[in-house]
Design a protein around this ligand. Structure first.
Ligand SMILES: [Zn+2]
Ligand SMILES: [Zn+2]
Length: 273
């Protein structure tokens, strides 16, 4: 009897523990999203000044919360930058944040890091920065930063072959926490052409992602949808970079997307074996 009670107690506590550590994605604005799994937190593309009168800027109070490390933006493990465009990256604010939060790491394409480190007063953050140098057609890179398992692939920016010089990176990041793991793929402004993705099919197959965050235009072509469904090895996708005036075609697509800052999606974590 005692053993049975203990067993039931273990099951109940185990479940509440699992709930407490449920992982999630919080939408910030444009392609800025916060991924959390317990004490692991990754914030993508959070600081930018441009919205071209079309996209969401980070609301002032959210920006304030990020800088002052108010929950859920407290103790960020890392900030990750997809590419150095003005609607994804503002070097001045990234520098300001990194100086204020010396335990947070930055992972960014070399192009963004070059811009950042050229700023006056940037030297102290050098040890926090991982610069990802990847040429077009170069094999993916895999590395670990602050307990995060990260890989990056250079996928051309939307509009290919124009803007070929932009170092747009597709990141797959795994957040391990207390025996659970959450993997999310952030795609920056990737071009939805399967010729870019097919050469890396083995790479995508190595690790399943709980969610991909494609720019919403992936939903508008058969190739874009095929990349998400058949190539990237992802369980779900949530569109980002959605204009404030949501395209009717997106609304009626039946696809999931973020459009309101503060929106939250829970993710099922997989248990490590
Ligand atoms: Zn861009
Ligand atoms: Zn963009």
């Amino acid at each position: 009897m005692k053993q049975l009670i203990f067993l039931i107690w273990t099951i109940i506590c185990g479940q509440s523990l699992a709930l407490a550590h449920q992982s999630s994605i919080t939408y910030v604005a444009n392609e800025a999203v916060l991924i959390t799994n317990g004490d692991k937190k990754v914030l993508f593309d959070p600081f930018f000044h441009q919205a071209f009168g079309t996209y969401q800027l980070v609301p002032a109070e959210t920006k304030q919360a990020i800088f002052s490390a108010a929950p859920p933006f407290d103790k960020l493990t890392a900030i990750v930058i997809s590419h150095a465009h003005g609607d994804h990256f503002a070097a001045d604010e990234v520098l300001k944040y990194m100086l204020k939060h010396p335990t947070t790491q930055l992972i960014a394409p070399e192009q963004a890091v070059t811009e950042l480190m050229a700023l006056t007063g940037a030297k102290p953050i050098l040890t926090q920065v991982t610069s990802v140098k990847l040429a077009f057609n170069q094999a993916p890179k895999t590395f670990e930063v602050a307990g995060l398992m990260i890989d990056a692939v250079r996928i051309p920016h939307a509009g290919w072959p124009s803007r070929a010089e932009v170092e747009n990176l597709v990141f797959r990041v795994t957040l391990n926490n207390q025996g659970t793991s959450t993997t999310v793929m952030h795609m920056g402004d990737a071009d939805p052409d399967d010729d870019h993705f097919l050469p890396y099919k083995d790479h995508w197959q190595k690790r399943v992602s709980d969610a991909a965050l494609p720019p919403y235009w992936f939903y508008f072509s058969a190739e874009g949808r095929d990349i998400l469904t058949n190539i990237l090895n992802v369980k779900n996708s949530i569109g980002i970079h959605v204009p404030i005036k949501i395209p009717d075609r997106l609304k009626s697509s039946g696809q999931d997307y973020f459009s309101k800052p503060g929106e939250l999606r829970k993710l099922d974590e997989s248990h490590e074996h």
